[in-house]
Design a binder for this molecule. Structure first.
Ligand SMILES: [Zn+2]
Ligand SMILES: [Zn+2]
Length: 75
């Protein structure tokens, strides 16, 4: 994965951007939401969401938890 710095569409800052696992758009390390999705058999898939996908329950299965608990969850 190339660590190329580009402009983040959310905060406007120049940073290393991730690709959103939901919409495929760019999101920087400050704006992204990191989620771990279990896929059975103990396998965990790291997912990077942009701010809009992070709170979208259709895209992020953990969005419901974020709404209830507000912020940080233990990883
Ligand atoms: Zn950003
Ligand atoms: Zn997204």
């Amino acid at each position: 994965m190339a660590a190329e710095k580009r402009k983040c569409p959310f905060c406007g800052g120049t940073a290393v951007l991730f690709t959103c696992s939901g919409c495929g758009g760019d999101v920087c390390e400050k704006c992204h939401h990191f989620e771990l999705a279990g896929s059975g058999c103990g396998t965990v898939i790291p997912l990077y969401y942009c701010p809009s996908c992070a709170v979208d329950e259709k895209i992020n299965p953990n969005a419901a938890f974020m709404k209830k608990e507000g912020c940080e969850r233990p990883q």
